[in-house]
Design a protein around this ligand. Structure first.
Ligand SMILES: Cc1cc2nc3c(=O)[nH]c(=O)nc-3n(C[C@H](O)[C@H](O)[C@H](O)COP(=O)(O)O)c2cc1C
Length: 117
């Protein structure tokens, strides 16, 4: 399993790297390898363009998405996750705040080890 992250300020990168799998930026392609995507929100729950570009090229490889956000955005908290699910049919594994908690890390690791796919 590969972890692909789209991270501007480093929080998502930190979470991606804490999962214990090879992690690389969304700028590279997944090259057909199954991956978990860790991404963020821009402009009130929108999908970052860099994530959309990656998904257009690699959506078949993505087994699920983790979105990191900030609860101060209220109803738009991690909304990009729901949009990715709707647009690309990709499962939402977890919505996390910032770089996530130990529970978030354990949850996502468990999803990868015992996938419902
Ligand atoms: C312009 C802008 C809009 C954002 N909109 C949302 C949002 O709608 N919902 C949300 O949960 N977080 C939102 N965020 C927070 C980002 O998801 C947060 O900055 C991100 O978790 C940072 O991740 P990174 O350190 O991996 O880049 C927004 C941040 C920016 C800069």
């Amino acid at each position: 399993m590969l972890i692909v992250y789209d991270s501007l300020t480093g929080l998502g990168k930190k979470f991606a790297e804490s999962l214990g799998y090879p992690a690389r930026s969304v700028d590279a392609d997944a090259a057909g390898e199954k991956c978990v995507l860790v991404t963020r929100n821009v402009g009130l729950g929108k999908i970052p363009p860099s994530t959309a570009d990656f998904l257009e090229r690699n959506k078949e490889s993505v087994v699920g998405v983790v979105v990191n956000g900030n609860k101060k955005f209220g109803p738009f908290y991690c909304k990009a996750a729901d949009k990715i699910n709707k647009l690309y049919g990709i499962s939402v594994i977890r919505k996390i705040s910032g770089s996530g908690t130990k529970e978030d890390i354990d949850f996502v690791k468990n999803y990868i080890k015992n996938p419902p796919f």
